[in-house]
Write a protein that binds this ligand. Structure first.
Ligand code: GLY
Ligand code: MN
Length: 465
């Protein structure tokens, strides 16, 4: 099954809509390929998402200039030997027609075109230093790049960043079709993963089956796949573990379509094919939190409130199991949720799996809102009021993280109301997260990834074959 192809007219509409929001010309770089070790041995190239949003194809080294009502694409001209090593290359005319831009020109004409605007060309920062240097050289000023979690605001054109965010926050029909396609293919990858799981097998068997399923359908992985029996390590990207009958396997795997649109799905399944009673009890708490949070993905609801819903249902559920003692409001106020659910309930989803995080919290946080300083809540990546057309993930979890459970900074306020004797009975539950991709609409939330089973008996039925 292949992903839908977005017609060129949709990209024209996006470029026009963006240009209408801009007061100055703007340049969008596709980025440069990265070498693994020597120049001819490159990592697969994937263009920057803002470029993909406006052009739809990953063209290494290309740049799109929106200026004076025209869209001009600058590309590296065909080099001697390209036809031999890489096959026939499209001519500039063919590209112009296919992409419905106003002109395609060789890259060495870019500097002249930029000079015409006398340093007034806006651009977006980029997360990689190499592309930032490329842009800085062309624009004659320093363009920042992200270091760690922090975006270098140097050279940031705030008006362009805000215009792009305003446009990409809510998805157009073509984008939604891409997200649906990514979700469907990623759902099939999860089914393949469940079927490839057997006691005595390995995490590598499962990740191989899942990525193989995506590749067969023409998708790449949208992020480093997490397939692990140590789900308590939140971004555990090792796949060298063995699968034992009593383990739970956590798989956080999503593909991206050839146009770059992502899915992000997490499921947890028992290696033996059957959840133990303790695994099932916690699994159902996380699932209840996930369902309650999904139900809140509605127009006008603040995402922070969706997060708070998940926290409350988790604390209630753990209190009902006897892991916490006391009343829920008091437990929440003392930070009980983050002991077992130490991350945000989800994030924006689009061309990036954490959409537009290259622009920092400017994208995820509404003006005037900032991240909480509280442990757990500080990892919430989104705090906007939801609007129809926004896609978000909903991914609460439960993890027994030794570094949290022994640290008074995190558990001290809950004290004896964390019943460690009861918790000890749940030692076979290291990490559970259940994640779906959800589109906010004018009415009911649309769960794009609903075809992946998540009720425990459904998961067990898939594993029985
Ligand atoms: N899928 C990984 C994450 O959401 O961080
Ligand atoms: Mn996610």
């Amino acid at each position: 099954m292949s992903s839908p192809h977005t017609p060129a007219s949709a990209f024209v509409a996006r470029r026009h809509a963006l240009a209408a929001r801009l007061a100055s010309p703007a340049l969008f770089a596709a980025g440069l390929p990265t070498s693994r070790n020597y120049r001819a041995n490159l990592y697969p190239f994937r263009a920057k998402s803002h470029f993909l949003y406006l052009v739809g194809e990953s063209i290494p080294g290309a740049a799109l200039l929106l200026a004076e009502g025209r869209a001009t694409l600058f590309v590296m001209p065909e080099a001697d030997g390209d036809a031999l090593w890489h096959g026939p290359q499209p001519s500039m005319d063919a590209l112009r027609e296919r992409l419905a831009v106003d002109a395609v020109l060789p890259l060495d004409e870019l500097n002249g075109a930029l000079q015409k605007f006398g340093g007034k060309v806006a651009t977006l920062p980029t997360e990689d230093a190499k592309s930032a240097a490329w842009l800085s050289e062309r624009l004659g000023r320093t363009i920042g790049f992200s270091s760690g979690d922090k975006l270098g605001d140097e050279g940031l054109d705030v008006a362009l960043a805000e215009a792009m965010i305003a446009q990409r926050l809510t998805h157009d029909e073509a984008a939604i079709e891409q997200l649906r396609a990514a979700a469907r293919a990623s759902a099939r990858a999860h089914l393949a993963g469940m079927r490839a799981t057997h006691p005595g097998g390995t995490e590598a068997d499962v990740v191989g089956a899942m990525i193989g399923s995506l590749r067969r359908e023409g998708l790449e992985d949208a992020y480093g796949p997490i397939v692990t029996v140590h789900g308590e390590i939140l971004h555990n990207e090792r796949h060298d573990g063995e699968l034992a009958a009593g383990d739970l396997l956590l798989a956080d795997v999503g593909g991206e379509t050839p146009e770059g649109w992502a899915a992000d799905i997490t499921r947890v399944w028992p290696v033996s094919g059957t959840f133990s009673a303790t695994q099932r009890a916690i699994y159902d708490v996380v699932l209840a939190a996930q369902r309650a949070a999904i139900d809140r993905v509605r127009k006008g609801v603040r995402y922070r409130a969706v997060h708070d819903t998940a926290k409350r249902v988790i604390v209630e559920g753990l209190r009902d199991l006897g892991i916490f003692r006391g009343e829920v409001d008091g437990l929440l106020a003392r930070g009980a949720a983050a002991i077992f659910f130490p991350h945000g309930v989800g994030h924006l989803l689009g061309l990036d799996v954490h959409d537009m995080e290259d622009l920092g919290d400017r994208a995820g946080y509404a003006p005037g809102r900032t991240r909480s300083k509280e442990f757990g809540d500080c990892y919430l990546r989104l705090d906007r009021d939801l609007e129809p057309g926004m896609a978000v993930t909903i991914e609460p979890g439960f993890y027994q993280v030794p570094a949290i459970l022994r640290d008074a900074r995190y558990v001290g306020a809950v004290g004896e109301d964390l019943r460690r004797d009861v918790l000890a009975k749940y030692a076979d539950v290291r990490g559970i997260r259940i994640e779906d991709d959800v589109l906010c609409t004018d009415g009911e939330p649309e769960v794009l990834t609903k075809s992946v089973p998540k009720e425990a008996p459904e998961v067990e039925a898939v594993m029985r074959g």
